[in-house]
Design a protein around this ligand. Sequence first.
Ligand code: ADP
Ligand code: MG
Length: 477
Amino acid sequence: MEPDKISFWRDVLMKLKIRISNADFITWFKNTAVLEKRADGVLVVGTAIPIAAKWLKERFQKHVLESAREVSDSVTDVIFEMDSKLATPGDVRIIPIDDIKGPEDKQKTRKVPRVAEFKTEEGLTSKILDAKYSLQNFVVGPANRLAHAVCSAVSVEPGRKYNPLFIYGSVGLGKTHLLQATGNAMKKRRDDSLIIYVTAETFVNDYVYAIKNRKTDQFNDRYRRVDALIIDDIQFFSGKDGMQQAFFHVFNTLYDSAKQIIISSDRPPKALDDIDKRLKSRFEMGMVTDIQFPDFETRLAILQEKVQVHGVIIDTRVLSYIAENVTESVRELEGVLMQAIAEAELENTTPTIRSVDRVLRKLNPEKFVHAAIEELPQTPQRALTHQDVIAIVARHYSVDAQIMLSEKRNQEIVLPRQIAMYLIKSEFRSSLDHIGKTFGGRNHTTVLHAINAIKARLDSDRNFARDVNALRKEMGR
Ligand code: ADP
Ligand code: MG
């Protein structure tokens, strides 16, 4: 490993640290390294966690690219790849994450001018619609039903009934998802329609760039040509008077020609500070609707949706536990889930209530006062007896421990019973006879058969192996 890659990555991590939250930084960049700096400027970043490569791309690509470009202009793109060797303790490529010190006192805000230059070079469509957001994969519940319905209507008949459409709600509740999904749906219905999605921040940056370079005509022209203009986080306009004026004109042109305008904000139009009254009243001319934090059932359904997208299998009780304990934003809901999956993958197990509880506490050390773990059924610190193992397995599979010891041979009881036998054998090295006795006087050949059945399945079924590993962890062994 060339030292220049390591020191380069160290510099990038230092820049990155001030852009993202500390919890994200530690979780996602812990076992990362630069695998390659290609001649065409593409930086290949490796991670030890399989799911992290995808997640890093979705969530942090922009931040990593911006940080890397601050260190070296020659970087053109960043891609993430999985490299399981990075999980090996002592891998020389890994920089201990605690060693990375961001400059103190520096605010977490991004440097706007730099972003502006970077964006505008790519042109207005740099922030294009992201195909992963759709109206179908947006889970609907009482808290967001109206917003979703209106977006669906708009996607079918843009510029008609609900114009402008103004959606507000606090951070992480799905505004961006809905806006992007609506744009995607419009595009799908009419492929030739010109739809522009921009954050208000990008809009401002474009405008500033246009003024600086005397290209305001082009700016106006570009925005006025669209069939639909989607502007995310409009509160960013507050206090920027020149900007608001420019937008006012764009708005009127589009509105008068029945082009759809969709706006999101963290608060209702009336509550927007330092925004021109004329603009605010324009925002109220069409449909104004809010998104609230979803109820428990919707949160659970959202988690199930995300689990499916990421192709993993997680016990519903574990998901319920997350849904119960995350009470502020859907983004956090997803974040906890992803961290739990990442940690479990690193240890080759599946997330358990305990591991999820740890993630929750780590993310919210001060807020998370919920007596969570105390409310869990009592588990011994470490499984010391056969009965402890049986209790843990029984709880994991929601079956009665007593029935596991009985003669009953129905499907839902046979597997947990066999797993318990297997775990007892491998952890306690008990004799087959002894195990047989524990399970209501069964014959040693029955026990042997059970253990062999589990061994065979462990070899062929990765998800099953994870489940069993998770149980082993629950046993504290
Ligand atoms: P906002 O823009 O309001 O801050 P986002 O749209 O970025 O929030 O949502 C945060 C995350 O939560 C996204 O990954 C989004 O897909 C997800 N999300 C929010 N609400 C839902 C929902 N009802 N169904 C599915 N995913 C959702
Ligand atoms: Mg958003």
